[in-house]
Design a protein around this ligand. Structure first.
Ligand code: NAD
Length: 361
């Protein structure tokens, strides 16, 4: 997914990434300044979280929402969901600028889109904020379980990553047995901790690292995982590196050092440069499970909520990530293209196929 030049005109930027619609929301009374990007609705309504972030410039906010909404299109497409891709950003400091009035005004902008865009929580927003948005529109997911929502998506996201790890193990070792494999989990927050639990339940050897020392100690003790320093991750020889903290941890420097044959984790945008580093991993023989393929558990949870939440169905859809990952790895091998290029091809094909279905009676 090549990025547009930020100096381009707004319309050129939309054209470059193929966006359908972008809505600028401004309300001086509440201080709301938000952008909603609807990338593609071929498969269904555009679903994506609302990020509340203190962007330095409006251009930075626009660039972020355009990039993130496009990746949501691909994530839902490859997960087999009937959803398009969208995202929203609210410009501001979530700790200081967030008010009920601002969120409800934002909810009214979503309402005006008549279901073309559905939102959920993201960085800087939480289930309580979704409740405020729900007061103005039905087009919101991720509300608390007590309000009929699907609750915390992290355990489901972790299950999807676990399925992705198993698919990679199958590709390299011929069976998908996690027992005895060694895994470095970087970032043991909501998703990371649940992943550690799943891995330890199947007797994997787990190394953990986090910038939060107290949390590292607790998780290490609770699950019998070995704590390692963040600086030493790329010096450890293990079977799997699972980035579950921030993006861009896979770059030219870390690829040169990395001693794991598999990378599979939950963090979004793990490759600093998708094309360059995807190819470098292919050349070095490292199997990379594209993040948007294996971290789709969160969006699957939202989708289930729209369909009338069923835990069983959510787990089934999430377990399908195993097959989706296998398909990506097999295409990558057969066509000698990076796993990310393969995932993009599969997602684009599904959208193109369904577009044809919808254009005929
Ligand atoms: P979180 O904030 O709960 O956890 C992140 C953890 O990473 C924290 O414990 C933090 O201390 C640690 N961390 C931050 N910087 C670090 C660094 N430099 N080195 C090591 N550890 C560091 O977040 P989360 O909800 O667990 O999500 C983790 C990642 O997975 C994010 O990239 C998120 O976008 C992605 N993701 C989350 C979900 C979900 O449902 N929560 C779904 C899909 C993708």
């Amino acid at each position: 997914m090549p990025l547009h030049q930020p100096t381009d005109s707004i319309f050129n930027q939309l054209d470059a990434l193929g966006h359908k619609k972008v809505v600028f929301c401004s309300d001086p009374d509440t201080g709301l300044r938000a952008i909603i990007a609807v990338h593609d609705t071929t498969l269904g309504p555009a679903l994506g979280g609302t990020r509340f972030w203190a962007y330095k410039t409006e251009q930075e906010a626009l660039q972020d929402v355009l990039r993130l909404s496009k990746s949501m299109t691909y994530k839902s497409a490859i997960a087999g969901l009937n959803l398009g891709g969208g995202k929203a950003v609210i410009i501001g400091d979530s700790r200081k600028d967030k008010t009920e009035a601002l969120l409800r005004k934002f909810g009214r902008f979503i309402k005006n889109l008549n279901g073309e865009f559905i939102t959920a929580e993201d960085v800087g927003t939480n289930p309580r904020d979704m409740e405020y948005i729900r007061m103005e529109t039905q087009h919101v997911t991720g509300v608390p379980e007590t309000m009929g929502g699907s609750g915390d998506p992290a355990p489901i996201a972790a299950l999807g990553v676990f399925m992705g790890i198993k698919a990679c193990i199958k590709e390299l070792y011929g069976n998908d047995n996690v027992t005895g494999k060694s895994v470095i989990v970087q970032g043991i927050g909501h998703v990371g901790e649940h992943l550690v639990k799943l891995l330890r339940e199947e007797n994997a050897k787990v190394y953990i690292s986090d910038i939060n020392d107290e949390r590292t100690r607790q998780v290490s003790k609770k699950y019998g995982a070995e704590a390692v320093s963040n600086n030493s991750i790329f010096d450890i020889s293990a079977d799997i590196y699972a980035p579950c903290a921030l993006g861009s941890t896979i770059n030219s420097q870390t690829i040169a050092k990395l001693q794991c044959p598999i990378i599979a984790g939950s963090a979004n945008n793990q490759l600093q440069d998708e094309a360059l580093h995807g190819q470098m991993l292919l050349d070095k023989g490292i199997l990379f499970a594209p993040d948007y393929v294996i971290n789709a558990g969160g969006i699957i949870n939202c989708y289930s909520e729209l369909m009338g939440f069923s835990k069983k169905r959510t787990m089934q859809l999430t377990e399908n990530i195993y097959e989706a990952t296998r398909n990506v790895l097999q295409m990558s091998k057969a066509e000698k293209i990076s796993t990310t290029a393969a995932a993009n091809k599969i997602a684009e094909k599904r959208i193109a196929d369904i577009k044809k279905v919808k254009s005929t009676y």
